[in-house]
Write a protein that binds this ligand. Sequence first.
Ligand SMILES: Cc1ncc(COP(=O)(O)O)c(C=O)c1O
Length: 478
Amino acid sequence: MPYQQAKYDEPLISEMLSLNSYKLPDYLSESETLIPDSLKRKSLKLPEVAEYDVVRHFTRLSQMNYSVDQGIYPLGSCTMKFNPKFADKLSSFPAFTNGHPLEDETTIQGYLKIMYELQEYLKEISDMDAITLQPRAGAHGEFTGVLIIRNYLKDIGELEKRREIIIPDSAHGTNPASASMGGFDVVEIPSGKDGTVDLEALKFALTEKTAALMITNPNTLGIFEHNIVEVAKLVHENGSLLYYDGANLNAIMGITSPGKMGFDIVHFNLHKTFATPHGGGGPGAGPIAVKGFLKEFLPVPTVSKNDKGYFLDYSAKKSIGKVGSYYGSFNTILRAWAYIKYMGGNGLKSASERAVLNSNYLSRKLSEKFDIPFKKLKKHEFVLSTENTGKRALDLAKFLIDNGVHAPTIYFPLIVHEAMMIEPTESASKKDLDAFAEILVRGLDLSNEEISKLPKNLAVGRVDEVKAARDMKITWSL
Ligand SMILES: Cc1ncc(COP(=O)(O)O)c(C=O)c1O
């Protein structure tokens, strides 16, 4: 059955007005007298819309969209996987939504227990010694990690000298951004012929100026850095630190860990690996775990336990301070805790094994038509190039969407031309994978002219991306 997305001429909610709309209670307008004139707006048009119109408005908008609840979402590097509904339900329990961060510790023991247990689980999964749940995203975790590196180097009197962070050319863009925001210069090293870190290039880049190496494993090509122990040795012998971008943890849970590989600092993307949908700017969490010698630098508070119960621990003597308000994205923390409890250790391991199996099955299938650079065995994701087919990755991505499948990440990593970065995750079935491959290959039968006119079956046709970037409209007037 051909895919057809709903299409409505939907106004903005602020342009809607309905009978029986909600009105602010009188006592609120009376309190207007308490607001100083200088702070009052001349006019403020709040939407006045009845409940049924609000529900219909958002239902229609959702029908003009694609979601993980509709089908597979193989966005490489973004891990859009199984997000169990019980975790959604749990996170909306009033007992969890009504808490206030300023409540006395004795009244929030349940919250603190969940946070404490999650800290312990993540330490066990990563084989690290200490952790903070405070950062709100992967990139925020990276930035926190870089500040820890900075403060550690200052503490041992080496910050003046160690001004550089080395990052492979396959890295996610947030890595160099975080390093640079933390005040370091970025030194990029090329990947070797097999897509992993080129040891010779690393040796050349490692100098007395090197503060750290930031790296993802498996890397963004989906390839496991098989030399990681050697890499860790080189970095440590140079007096530098090793940072693990844990966005790809979904590939290795229960099989190996950043702690075993020799990393000093790790961030987790709870909103990828542990049951919160990623993307759309929603809430996330990027906890940071460290080896014991960096424990005192973690942001405060962390959650600890003594014979009286759980408490917010501010005792870290060299803490970099706070990196966010209060204690972290509790909602995301709660989902991750529930997901880990639900899966158990063996469940997490089999999630990783299935994610890797699915990725290899699909890459093998697609390798009959597409060039898959870097032939090494892939982990949870792989990158193909559409260049050999004469089609643009963008056009094939539009073809996929037009056929009711979310497109993978395209044009990343930058080292592959016409790249499609595909991460099916463990939650795709064989039927899903076969259907995805069949549609993608079918896209090759269209002429370049036909395919460039797609999508046709969606609420929105092909947008002018250059105009959208150059002539951005981010406000509107009523
Ligand atoms: C490899 C990698 N590192 C870091 C990040 C940054 O994570 P976040 O989007 O939560 O800031 C991502 C996000 O997609 C990623 O794929």
